[in-house]
Design a protein around this ligand. Structure first.
Ligand code: FMN
Length: 191
């Protein structure tokens, strides 16, 4: 049996993508679980290279679970990701995503620049679709020690230009979230 978890993200400058990679590593640490990294189409003309395939509605429909990540854009999820959800009425009508586990992650340039509101903005469509939305429990030690990103609502990264990439705590919290998502999805598939 194989459990397929989609790690869906939008990232213009690579910070959210770095978190997505750690979530995928956490997913793949669980036997029988596979992480599919997917992105969405950009609106604005950009010469940024696409690092992963663009998601299809069919893939979303048939996954066993979903992690979704966006940069903080004015305290909210980025429009290209919101646009994807605005096309999911057929899945909502059919109840295709009901009871599938899901989690969210984000990156911002400042510590108090809207990570929690952005995480919550991504959770809203997941709740409407009947998904089982999960966060990070405080039993994970790094949630107590982090001096940067990482929240009970989801994984996060503060992309401070003085710092190089994800902190160890941010990275571990993202991996643990991916592992939790995969472990839950596997239990549900076996039910
Ligand atoms: C349109 C736009 C709006 C943004 N709004 C915020 C914001 O409200 N708070 C914040 O801390 N950073 C904000 N940022 C910075 C990004 O959230 C930050 O650079 C993030 O790490 C980028 O992620 P990426 O590298 O995955 O694109 C904004 C950036 C853009 C382009």
């Amino acid at each position: 049996m194989s459990c397929k978890l989609i790690v869906l993200y939008y990232s213009r400058h690579g910070a959210t993508r770095a978190l997505a990679r750690q979530i995928a590593r956490g997913i793949e640490s669980v036997p029988q679980c596979e992480a599919l990294l997917r992105t969405v189409e950009d609106f604005s003309p950009s010469d940024a290279k696409l690092h992963d395939p663009i998601i299809t509605l069919e893939e979303l429909k048939s996954c066993n679970g979903l992690a979704m990540g966006s940069p903080v854009w004015f305290g909210n999820m980025a429009a290209p990701l919101k646009h994807l959800w605005d096309q999911t009425s057929p899945l909502w009508l059919a109840g295709d995503l009901i009871d599938k586990p899901a989690c969210v992650f984000t990156s911002s340039s400042s510590m108090h620049g809207g990570q929690e509101t952005t995480l919550q903005s991504m959770q809203l469509p997941l709740f409407h679709h009947g998904m089982l939305v999960m966060g990070i429990p405080y039993s994970i030690p790094e949630l107590h020690t982090t001096k940067a990103g990482g929240t009970p609502y989801g994984a996060s990264h503060v992309a401070d230009s003085a710092l190089q990439g994800l902190s160890q705590d941010e990275s571990e919290l993202a991996k643990q979230l991916g592992k939790r998502l995969a472990t839950t999805a596997l239990k549900l598939v076996k039910e």
